[in-house]
Design a protein around this ligand. Structure first.
Ligand SMILES: [Mn+2]
Length: 357
């Protein structure tokens, strides 16, 4: 945890003495440990990890270079922290993210809002730029996701249920070493795939159905994210036409990615191409998002993003066109931002055609 904690210490806001980390992915980021309640990173003193009785011994065993404190059932972690570290206006407590109830309680026990500062953006920014070790985990998760997609190309055919496709792709990814899905695998077919986050209805895939397959693997707690859309059986000319639009939009947007580029501009590349093709109102979500310990994290590739891409960002590029009554087509890859461009981490084929024909 040393390297990442040092980076955080470099970015402490003014007049802060300690940084309280409450978000579980953020705690995982700094410690590699998932079962803690809170982490306090100190500007000058000792770092303290607060852990419930259940996970206390495991934390002591697994997490190095940090003092591990036991939080007993019924005990307030906030009260404990306030006893352990000095909090004042000159020595404010920075916080990554906190519930409204937690905030109100903390304000009371530290004696006022002036002693606290919300600093979630600092951790958000650190996590957005991946180290080479983090990229290696995501690269492996992407390799496994490609196996998931190739499995989908094998098993999607008329008569098979969405649920069966999910079972096969998840089984294939597990066998490749995925420690779990990056998110609930999406396999939606027919008219239902007009809804970008359509839930699997255990529906039987029919001849001529569009099938959207959106999946990811997890390796070392890092995730991948890929979408391909196929047709079970015969492909219609409208399906092919829209697929080609989405494919070009995705390709243009991926090629626009590089260090220093505004995320909003990458979104605009795909959005304006889809608009010119006549589908402006049918691309109903952001172009993409960062991927890491969480499936959605910084930076955001959206029409209102303030993010500027940096070397080491790992992002998805996933334009789609969704038409109620027709269905949806989305193409998504996970890519890494480099100094002079990008590296694609997912490498599945782009085709509407399954291997069944
Ligand atoms: Mn995604």
């Amino acid at each position: 945890m040393d390297h990442k904690v040092l980076k955080l210490k470099d970015q402490f806001p003014q007049n802060t003495g300690n940084f309280l980390i409450l978000n579980s992915s953020n705690i995982m980021y700094f410690t590699g440990f998932s079962g803690a309640t809170a982490l306090v990173v100190s500007r000058v003193g000792e770092n303290i990890l607060y852990v419930s009785e259940t996970n206390f011994e495991q934390a002591k065993h697994e997490v190095k270079n940090v003092r591990v404190e036991r939080v007993i059932r019924g005990e307030s972690v906030f009260k404990k922290i306030c006893q352990d570290v000095e909090i004042s206006v000159k020595n404010r407590l920075a916080i990554d993210v906190i519930s409204v109830e937690g905030w109100k309680f903390l304000v009371k026990i530290v004696g006022g809002e002036d002693n606290l500062v919300l600093s979630g953006d600092v951790v958000r920014g650190l996590r957005a730029v991946k180290t080479s070790d983090e990229v290696e985990c995501i690269r492996e998760a992407c390799r496994i996701a490609d196996v998931g997609i190739s499995t989908a190309y094998e098993v999607v055919e008329p008569g098979v249920s969405e649920q069966e496709v999910i079972a096969e792709v998840e089984y294939a990814m597990r066998k490749q070493g995925s420690s779990g899905v990056a998110f609930d695998t999406i396999v939606v077919s027919g008219a239902n795939c007009a809804f970008p986050h359509g839930a699997c209805k255990r529906q039987i895939i029919k001849d001529g159905d569009l099938v959207v397959v959106d999946l990811g693997a997890t390796v070392g707690n890092y995730r991948s994210d890929i979408t391909r859309t196929v047709v079970a059986g015969k492909i219609s000319s409208k399906q092919q036409e829209i697929f080609d639009v989405v494919k070009v939009a995705q390709d243009l947007a991926v090629k626009a990615v590089s260090e220093g580029v505004k995320a909003v501009d990458v979104d605009a590349v795909a959005r304006s191409f889809i608009g010119r093709a006549g589908f402006r109102d049918y691309f109903v979500h952001n172009l993409g998002h960062g991927v890491g310990l969480d499936i959605h994290e910084a930076p955001m590739l959206s029409p209102d993003s303030k993010d500027i891409l940096k070397e080491g960002n790992v992002v998805t590029v996933e334009p789609g066109v969704y038409i109620v009554g027709f269905g949806g087509i989305r193409i998504e890859d996970t890519i890494c931002v480099t100094k002079h461009g990008y590296e694609k981490l997912t490498n599945s084929a782009y085709t509407l055609q399954t291997n069944q024909k």
